[in-house]
Design a protein around this ligand. Sequence first.
Ligand SMILES: *Cc1c(COP(=O)(O)O)cnc(C)c1O
Length: 401
Amino acid sequence: MDFATRAIHAGQDADPSTGATITPIFQTSTYTQQGLGDNKGFEYSRTHNPTRTALETCLASLENARYGLAFSSGMAATSAVLSVLRPGQHVIAGDDLYGGTYRIFERVLRPMGVDFTYVPAGDVAAYAAAMRPETRMIWLETPTNPLLSLVDIRAVADEAHKRGITVVVDNTFASPYLQKPLDLGADVVTHSTTKYLNGHSDVIGGAVLTSDEQLYQEMKFYQNAAGGVPSPFDSWLVLRGVKTLAVRMRQHCENAMRVAEFLSGHPLVRTVYYPGLASHPDHELAQRQMAGFGGMVSFAFEGTREDVDTFVRHLRLFALAESLGGVESLCCHPASMTHGSIPAEEREKRGVTDTLLRLSVGIEDADDLIADLDQALASVAAKHAAASSEREKAGAATGAR
Ligand SMILES: *Cc1c(COP(=O)(O)O)cnc(C)c1O
């Protein structure tokens, strides 16, 4: 069955006890058992819940995985993957990571004796060069956040598998509609379902998908042991969101391309980061590795942090907010918001400057979105014009004296 069909049907047969077409919200903590050791596969909802099982089955199907695990947040999903690490082991990660991922690596795992090396995200040779006998895992994000460069998943996986290293891909930015890391050789996929999978900015959630039986057993054990599971209602919301993933992603891609093209031609914009642009350094890899270029567009201002502030204050449709992947458009200033936990020097070194903005382009009408960006940019130009006429007046006054 095709992706769009599985998104609506996988794991979601009619409820056997009532015929309910839509998977019910099984809002229960416990399950009545028939006799000692005799139950219907459910005992306690931290361990199993039927609404969560439906979600896990559906997400596994969408990533072409054998197994799925759902969590109460993307970071809880990340923790489950990291739980397989032991002191003395080593992880290699791309250097353009989600801020929270960097934080858990450095502030939680490093103090527990796990070592991390960051390499330029797109540089396959750098991953190979950083490998050590104790390297257990490679952590990739592609497209990267917020600079939207790409990592060649297959090339890194080939290098890693020569040494038995596990490759994890955080597939949040692409969604399985646009990219299937397991098909490209990765061992584990993680998601913040908060983003495109749920798609409506009303849930915090996460997921881990894999076809590796042993890794699955370890992470399933951790899910039950640590308990970071999603509620039945949140599981149901994500399951509902996923039904429209295919149509949403197509529209996100179309709108983002329009926005990227508009920004590319604007005099107040220095650089546009969007893999769909022919000028993007990873455009060719994006065409090979992804089924579309995604809904995220970043751009750097030709100007100051103050100009960026003027711009965001004048936006009407784009909300200044963290997060991404919802039907509504958002604008984020990574340096002060999502990437605020990365030290300033480290941040600047990675290109996450004070004048960088990241757009999550929603599925509103593209013309309306472009008009909004256009009028907010015009407000910056107007402020510049006013300031320069002030300077002229002041200059004229001085000259007259
Ligand atoms: C948001 C996000 C996370 C963390 O997910 P939460 O649901 O906020 O815990 C991890 N990785 C990426 C790429 C994200 O965008």
